[in-house]
Write a protein that binds this ligand. Sequence first.
Ligand code: ADP
Ligand code: GLC
Length: 483
Amino acid sequence: MKKILFASSEIHPLMKTGGLADVAASLPIALHEMGQDIRLIMPAYPKALLALEQIEKVASIKLAGFHWPIEILQSTLPGTDIVLWLLNSPTHFNREGSPYTATDGDEWPDNAARFALFSRAVVAIAMNQTGFNWQPDIVHCNDWQTGLVPALLSSEVNRPATVFTVHNLAYQGVYSQEAFEMLDLPQRLWSSVSGIEFYGQMSFMKGGLVFADQITTVSPTYATEIQTAEFGCGLEGLLAHRVDDLTGILNGIDMAEWDPAHDPHIARHYTAKTVRLKAESKTAIQRKFGLPEKADIPLFGLVSRLVSQKGIDLILAAMTALLAKDEDIQLVCLGSGDIEAEQALRVLRARYPDKVGVEIGYNEPLAHQIEAGIDLFLMPSRFEPCGLNQLYSLRYGSLPIVRNTGGLADSVVDATDANRQAEIATGFKFEESTAEALTACIARALDLFKRPRLWRKVVVTAMAQDFSWEKSAKQYLQLYRGL
Ligand code: ADP
Ligand code: GLC
């Protein structure tokens, strides 16, 4: 049995801006079920505190870089008995808005200080300096918010081993040299070759990549891609240098939460055997968005952060062209993000009110209802470390249309004739990041949709895919054991 301290800025259902939160709950649950002593730590955001029932103050610690002692609270991850610690510094974390931005969308000006403090608390627990009488064997850090943990731990004697998982290399936590000076970090960390200096600035992400004993990312293809200039965001050289310590492990999903046979949010439960009942979820979602309740019209869906990564512009271009041709299709969208993309979706809705439904915002039940109700899920990402929505779509028999990159490449099998005959096809894939390539791929999907018997076969294969955590959690465990 390994003792693992798992640090993440977001953990579902306490705080979530993206897939990191889903993974930071479901992977620890899987490891816990495999008998590991895994404990979680995250910042005490107000929303997280409200969602927890029993919270106890278990430590008060003095951390470098801040004058007052800071509390650590203890609770359990909802629905489990996994220990959850929360770093309670109201000055840093008691704020409305997202963990990273104010309600107006601007980054909090003190993000470097906030996540340096979080990292220092993780280090204090890792070094058994908080009075918990528990020292982990492994500290598993996630994304830039925890990047300073491996860096700070690197100089400690009798330290636990460190694993750093990259969920998205595009968000690096880069701050000025002045910010570095203000954080009172060891000066030895300021180096461009063996430290966190990155083109004259400080990179939290680099702290993880340089100093962690092992680096992982969330799909095998992304692990290869980030060693190239196209996907490496300036860190490709470092990643290529560390290739022997870099592993791609595909994310799993929470099979209980995303299960069309038991999902409390959807109109009617269904399985691969009763997939015709999916039609009731389709009617429900059409009604919800005020679209004609037609069973045989292909219904496309989108649930996403509306940012360039996700290829929203490609979707807008391809869908606008299809709708202009008076193609008999429907589209429902749920998301929020870039103002221009939000506005463009609203405009599309206004132009085609009987074909397009849009909700701007974050809405968990609706995300489930869309997954259940649609026929096709659009995910033409420019890059995608793993992607969870295509996995949810497969499980709900909503065929994903994806670009051949990252975790999308590793989880969807294109419905070519050969793959369909071999009964391994699960969705539709295209290569080029262009609206034309997406449009051509959509045309292939629409062709197959017109042949319900063949379509049904692909749906059943998609639903039979196993993206439970079992396999991937074992890979993490193997990695921990090797440390
Ligand atoms: P990323 O982390 O890059 O945003 P993922 O596909 O890994 O992409 O995970 C996205 C997660 O966020 C999924 O659980 C998805 O259902 C959820 N999500 C994204 N946008 C919304 C939204 N507007 N409302 C509800 N859930 C959303
Ligand atoms: C990031 C990535 C996404 C991945 C998620 C969880 O947000 O953008 O592809 O699925 O992290 O690992």
